[in-house]
Design a protein around this ligand. Structure first.
Ligand code: PA5
Length: 414
């Protein structure tokens, strides 16, 4: 296991911690049992066959061979997983993946199309329900443009449909003979990164999906067997109820903090994972995310001295950056001659100490480095911690009645 969890300003009565660890272990066993609805993601990393990897890689090879760009049309769980992994791991070895359909901004769509049309492109539309407004309308617009440029037959060859439902998308795919993949019924959007909907765009970007999923399977086998395996899941609930923080105040918000720009979308993924799993029945911790040091110059004041309603979860890559700079000698001390990475580490150490000294509960989650092995582990680890933590809270981590409500009101409004 490469993930390490540290904490500061968090104190839990020993007996209570023991009880909560037992409850967490029990919740995890429930997840493994398959008795809870929508837990197909738990065993998925063990179940993806070589045939499935071959089919995904074959489609990805075709995209890479005939397209400079792949436009992925999706939103929420049908976009964030792939976008997160690609942002973390893209090394420019595949097609450049562009994302559309995560809103209704025509300016953004026109810029995306302009970029894609500067070369050759394919489209991959992902919608589990097959009917989400942003996805269907955006896909329709892109398809119209492709028909003009490529004609019907070639457009069909350049269109990849990933859906879990009957309806417009699956009917179109059948009629036109498009390549299709699926999303299992028992896996919800925010837990779907290792389904076809996550893996096809990731493979098209030239990322090793077998290594990524292999790392998730390894995490499943190795990361949850120790006494303290679920302490992150436990700590966040006890911080929320007010028993774990040194100042004994209930914490209403969790702030995920990163120092690598490549982790910004991971923050968005975590917000969906925790926000949509936990925020129901009037309960839940508000998930937020910040990028350091950029946001220290805007939110740093609040973090240091503002209302103590939050705790911080710092997510740290232990490996050094792949590239570095040296500050020139004609710059004032202490920076002259210093490696940029050293200044960055100093910032991490300094800000952590300042926030701990201010009394804020700080959880630090370390992972090795941005490669398939660490990222596959990290995604799986957080999904398990989230589901366990939300089960401890006593709400269903796998439904999203609020999203369903908004979608239905929007349809009526239209
Ligand atoms: O997790 C969820 O349920 C949502 O974020 C969905 O993934 C998102 O709304 C897209 O839905 P669909 O894939 O059904 O089009």
């Amino acid at each position: 296991m490469s993930i390490k969890v540290e904490s500061a300003n968090i104190t839990i009565d020993e007996e209570y911690l023991k009880e909560e660890r037992e409850r967490a272990k029990h919740a995890y066993q429930e997840l493994l049992s398959g008795d809870i609805d929508m837990t197909g993601w738990v065993t998925l990393p063990d179940e993806i066959t070589d045939e499935k990897f071959d089919a995904l890689n074959k489609a990805a090879d075709k995209i890479r061979s005939d397209s400079d760009y792949l436009i992925v049309v999706g939103i929420g769980g049908s976009f964030l997983g792939a976008c997160t992994v690609i942002d973390m791991l893209d090394k420019g070895r595949g097609a450049k993946v562009l994302f559309a359909g995560h809103g209704f901004d025509p300016v953004e769509l026109s810029e995306t199309l302009k970029e894609a049309e500067s070369g050759d492109y394919s489209v991959c539309v992902i919608s589990k329900s097959g009917g989400t407004a942003e996805i269907i309308s955006t896909f329709g617009i892109i398809r119209e443009r492709m028909l003009e440029r490529y004609g019907r037959e070639e457009t069909a060859k350049r269109t990849y449909v990933i859906t879990g439902a009957d309806g417009f998308l699956s009917d179109l795919a059948k009629e036109e003979g498009m390549v299709t993949f699926g999303i299992p019924d028992n896996i919800g959007g925010r837990y779907s990164v290792f389904t076809d909907g996550g893996l096809l765009p990731i493979a098209a970007a030239g990322i090793d999906i077998k290594a990524l999923v292999g790392a998730a399977a390894k995490a499943k086998a190795e990361d949850f067997n120790a006494e303290d395996s679920f302490d992150y899941a436990v700590m966040r609930q006890l911080l929320a109820e007010g028993t774990a923080a040194a100042d004994k105040t209930p914490k209403a918000a969790e702030i995920y903090e990163f120092c690598d720009r490549k982790l910004v979308m991971f923050g968005e993924w975590l917000k969906q994972l925790f926000g949509e799993s936990e925020g129901k029945e009037g309960k839940g911790i508000v998930p937020m995310s910040l990028l350091f040091s950029r946001d220290l110059h805007s939110m740093g004041q609040f973090l240091q001295q503002g209302s103590p309603i939050f705790y911080e979860t710092m997510i740290r890559q232990d490996a050094d950056f792949d590239v570095d700079f040296t500050v020139p000698d004609d710059v004032p001390q202490p920076f002259a001659g210093m490696k940029m990475s050293k200044i960055e580490r100093g910032m991490e150490t300094g800000v952590t100490k300042a926030h701990i000294d201010a009394g804020t509960p700080v959880i630090t989650i370390h992972f090795n480095k941005l490669d398939e092995e660490s990222v596959g582990e990290l995604l799986y680890w957080f999904k398990v911690q989230c589901a366990v933590s939300v089960l401890l809270l006593g709400v269903d981590p796998f439904n999203q009645p609020g999203v369903v409500a908004y979608k239905s009101e929007m349809r009526k409004a239209l």
